[in-house]
Design a protein around this ligand. Structure first.
Ligand SMILES: [Zn+2]
Length: 188
């Protein structure tokens, strides 16, 4: 995971704010993990209808909790050929802030590999966090900052019922950061 290059002028304040917000509130109930569990068998069924229904339910519950307008989900069989790539995550889905549509796909375009369940849920949470950036935080853009990735990870681990890991970052040139997986996996 690599952060975006910080914008130079107008959007810099929003970018820095996004970078600083390292967590998000989580629902106290288990609705999101229960819905996420249903996506798993639906994915192996290879019919996108059930997957779409459960994703839609997941996003509806999440939108209600965060008090944001609902977003629409499209589940595609394979990755579209033309897709704006902003991060490695956008290999598996994307979000259009204008239409509030999240698209996720079940197979990668190049090797036609089935997206794993973990990656799929992670993508769903990632794209929903783009939605939150516009609708909850009111940012003018949704950047991949350290805060963004940490918010997305917080939601993902809640959805999977897995323990949240502290993310460690390594500074790169140009004000970017990348995850230090060794330290993150060690936890210190
Ligand atoms: Zn993204």
């Amino acid at each position: 995971m690599l952060t975006d290059v910080p914008p130079r002028k107008a959007n810099r304040a929003g970018f820095l704010k996004s970078d600083r917000i390292r967590t998000i509130d989580l629902p106290a109930d288990g609705r999101l993990p229960s819905i996420a569990e249903l996506i798993k068998p639906a994915m192996t069924g290879e019919t996108s209808g059930d997957v779409r229904r459960f994703c839609s339910e997941f996003l509806g519950v999440a939108s209600e909790f965060y008090k944001v307008p609902n977003c629409t989900i499209r589940v595609l069989a394979a990755r579209p050929l033309r897709v704006r790539e902003r991060s490695t995550f956008e290999l598996f889905g994307d979000y259009n802030p204008g239409t509030k549509v999240i698209r996720v796909w079940m197979r990668t375009a190049v090797r036609k590999e089935v997206t794993s369940f973990g990656t799929f849920v992670s993508t769903l949470c990632h794209e929903f966090c783009h939605h939150l950036d516009f609708q909850k935080f009111g940012f003018s853009d949704s950047w991949h900052t350290r805060g963004f990735y940490e918010r997305a990870a917080t939601l993902y681990h809640h959805a999977r019922g897995t323990p949240l890991k502290k993310l460690f970052w390594i500074p790169m040139t140009g004000g970017r950061w990348r995850i230090d997986w060794q330290r993150t996996n060690r936890g210190v």
